[in-house]
Design a binder for this molecule. Structure first.
Ligand SMILES: [Zn+2]
Length: 358
């Protein structure tokens, strides 16, 4: 893998380029129609975009024919490198104590079972769609750890925002169960971590993976402090995510699902984000924005059945980044979920990261 060091070795350092964000910030605020005076500066403006990754993420091997494979990350990194984007990103490695934070979403019994079954050579966890290998536990912990480090970097003002190139993905993972290629719910853990470790109250999760983030929704279903917004294909795996699923008890109204029919493209997605998401997000007033950034709604994806282009993902990114700039000083961490066409994934991440660094 070019520029990333050997397996298990020390990661190469990338040049840090501090990119001034002022122009991009003002442009995004203008796009939202928001008066600049409403922006609440809560800390000195950070600049730059983080890139969270670790070579151990490649050691989660799922078999030659599985769509969620190590080459996904290799393709992303090679693409960012070939477009001279990687060198502009601030490299972030996984938080070393990530294991200690998994319990924010998962039971201790589940975490122990994942560790035990992976190390014992089990072929899969809970269902055959989630294959594992003896190094899967380490990779899954590092994936969560990368997201936590990215959150720390943003909260400490070392970067304005960050993209986490991680796998296994997380948004289907439930408290006690692996599901749909996902083992630990990376984004859910990060949302709780922001509250526990950094003292934030309100976190927005935007999930545009083509599959509904059932695990994330479930974790916060009765909780008004985390707004879950999911736009996804329906009917499609895992079958949840109907518009009627809106949260329960004090959390009612803090889960928003927008199911789309197969074949939806850039315009449909942009309309949803510009309409439903923007309204809900501005009402909610998040202190941090997390994106469950799946790119399997890409037109070439073998699983998604949607027609979103890389440029479309760039437009979605600009809109969500605008929400973060308007509400929380630009604080945003984006976390890779799905995306199974290597070329489609690579060009979509490129478009996504280009907007993050603008
Ligand atoms: Zn997906």
């Amino acid at each position: 893998m070019p520029g990333t060091g050997g397996r298990g070795g020390r990661a190469a350092r990338f040049t840090v380029a501090w990119v001034l964000m002022l122009g991009a910030g003002l442009a995004a605020l203008g796009a939202l129609g928001a008066p600049v005076a409403q922006r609440r500066p809560e800390r000195p403006a950070a600049s730059g975009t983080g890139f969270a990754y670790d070579p151990v993420l490649l050691e989660h091997e799922t078999g030659a024919s599985h769509p969620e494979r190590p080459e996904r990350l290799t393709a992303v990194i090679e693409r960012l490198q070939s477009k001279d984007l990687l060198a502009r990103l601030v490299r972030i490695g996984p938080r070393k104590d990530a294991e200690a934070w998994l319990g924010l979403i998962h039971s201790p019994e589940y975490v122990a079972r994942v560790r035990r079954e992976c190390r014992a050579g089990a072929p899969f966890l809970d269902s055959p769609d989630t294959p594992v290998c003896p190094r899967t536990y380490e990779a899954a912990v590092a994936a969560a750890g990368c997201v936590l480090s990215a959150v720390d970097a943003v909260m400490e003002g070392r970067v304005e925002n960050a993209f986490c190139a991680v796998r296994p993905p997380g948004h289907h993972a439930r408290r006690e169960r692996a599901m749909g290629f996902c083992i630990f719910n990376n984004v859910g853990i990060a949302a709780r971590y922001l509250q526990k470790q950094h003292g934030l109250r309100k976190v927005l999760i935007v999930d545009w993976d083509v599959h509904h983030g059932n695990g994330t929704q479930e974790a916060f279903y009765d909780d008004p402090s985390v707004l879950y917004f999911g736009v996804h294909g329906h009917p499609l795996y895992p079958g949840t995510g109907a518009a009627e699923e809106r949260g329960s008890g004090p959390g009612e109204g803090f889960t928003i699902n927008v199911p789309l029919r197969a074949g939806a493209g850039d315009e449909e997605y942009v309309q949803v984000v510009q309409g439903s998401l923007l309204r809900a997000a501005l009402d909610f007033g998040p202190e941090f924005v997390l994106i469950s950034a799946g790119f399997d709604a890409h037109k070439d994806d073998p699983l998604g059945g949607m027609q979103v282009t890389a440029e479309g993902f760039g437009r979605l990114t600009r809109l969500v980044k605008g929400v973060a700039e308007r509400c929380c000083d630009g604080r945003l961490v984006s976390v890779l979920e799905g995306g199974y066409s290597l070329e489609g994934l690579a060009e979509s991440v490129e478009a996504h990261v280009r907007v993050l660094v603008e």
